[in-house]
Design a protein around this ligand. Structure first.
Ligand SMILES: Cc1ncc(COP(=O)(O)O)c(C=O)c1O
Ligand SMILES: [Zn+2]
Length: 365
């Protein structure tokens, strides 16, 4: 049986609920029985994330009308120690397509016809593209500093784009106000647990492609959609006895907006109030991540280090990647800058992997 469970109070909800959080304010997680991960259960006829649907809570085949061929991104060596997963090779040029494909499959399954969501840009691009393909009416709220190219792309997919004067957190507040007033479905990548069913495939692919999990996994951490999905998948590999321990996970924040780093340095269970400063790493500039409690629990449970991207290293890192043939957006260049900083300050053993999760053409202002 598939059901939502509140991450705070444990109350259960059916997955076709139109509520986006529990009465107590807690966000949902998904409960369902999942078989042990096994290569034999991968549907190798599907060249998209739904090849892993044996480990997702979908019944039926609605995914066939949803998929745009997301996932299956190659892994390339940056040097002998560092691997890069080319997650900008996606239908809308960012890893968010993994989550959007799963989220929109759920929308189709429960008969939703009109959706609203807020985003720093990439998640909005993804949700707008999949909604367009499915004929679902879509509205996206973005903050005013969003790259114009991301806004044009949202509009090109036929979605209405509300550009909000204010930062990413204010934009999210405005969007939820609109959701409450309009009664439309909040197809949000942070709130809706189905999104993480898609981002889980990031790790499944690494495991299928390399046949091992690298010792050090660097993950960007804004709202944590890739972070949480990756932890769920790693826990799944662990409980399936395919890895014997969790890898060394390193979360990446911007030094201009690092609520999790602040919380961890003070051993807090919730993030403190911070004032985000402006950064080129717009994708992770999240001052009030809604799943902070859950994410901090993982950080303490798995002793996850947090590295802050030095702002002045973003452009040089972007250049280095471009000279290796990979043209990525600023937030993504920050992943390499963060890896290099961490490597300087720590004795890293074994292989590391970073994600190149957003394409460069999207962030030239
Ligand atoms: C390029 C890029 N990297 C990383 C992230 C961070 O993802 P999350 O906020 O889910 O942690 C985003 C989010 O928009 C992004 O666009
Ligand atoms: Zn609750």
């Amino acid at each position: 049986m598939v059901e939502f469970e509140c991450t705070w109070c444990g109350k259960k909800y059916p997955t076709d609920t139109l509520e986006y959080k529990c009465d107590c304010g807690g966000l949902f997680r998904l409960n369902y029985d999942i078989p042990d991960f096994s290569k034999n259960l991968i549907d190798t006829n599907e060249w998209n994330i739904f090849r892993y649907r044996a480990f997702m809570p979908f019944e039926g085949s609605s995914y066939k009308s949803v998929t745009l061929g997301e996932g299956l991104s190659p892994i390339i060596a940056y040097d002998e120690n560092l691997l890069m997963k080319m997650d900008y090779m996606m239908p809308t040029l960012s890893f968010k397509d993994r989550g959007a494909a799963a989220l929109l499959t759920h929308c189709i399954d429960i008969g939703v016809k009109s959706i609203v969501q807020d985003s720093s840009g990439n998640a909005g691009n993804s949700v707008a593209a999949y909604a367009a393909k499915l004929g679902i009416e879509c509205e996206i709220f973005v903050p005013e500093n969003t790259s114009p190219k991301k806004i044009s792309m949202i509009e090109a997919h036929g979605a209405k784009c509300h550009v909000i004067n204010g930062n990413r957190d204010y934009c999210a507040d405005e969007c939820r106000k609109y959701v409450r007033e309009s009664g439309k479905y909040y197809a949000n990548h942070v709130y809706n647990p189905y999104f993480y069913e898609g981002t889980k495939t990031y790790i499944y692919e690494i495991y299928e492609e390399l046949a091992y999990i690298p010792e050090n996994i660097f993950l960007p951490l804004g709202n944590g959609t890739l972070f949480i999905g990756s932890i769920l998948a790693l826990e799944h590999l662990l409980s399936s006895n395919l890895i014997d321990k969790m890898p060394n996970i390193i979360a990446i924040q911007s030094e201009k907006c690092a609520p999790f780093a602040k919380a961890k340095s003070k051993n807090l269970k919730r993030i403190p109030e911070i004032s985000p400063e402006s950064t080129l790493a717009e994708g992770i500039a999240i001052g009030k991540p809604m799943r902070d409690k859950e994410i901090l629990e993982y950080i303490y449970k798995y002793d996850i280090d947090i590295v802050e991207i030095p702002e002045e290293e973003i452009l040089p890192a972007r250049k280095k990647l471009a000279l290796k043939g990979a043209y990525v957006e600023y937030t993504t260049a920050g992943n390499l800058a963060a890896y290099e900083k961490y490597k300087k300050e720590n004795d890293i053993r074994g292989k590391s992997i970073i994600t190149l999760c957003g394409a460069g053409l999207k962030s030239d202002h």
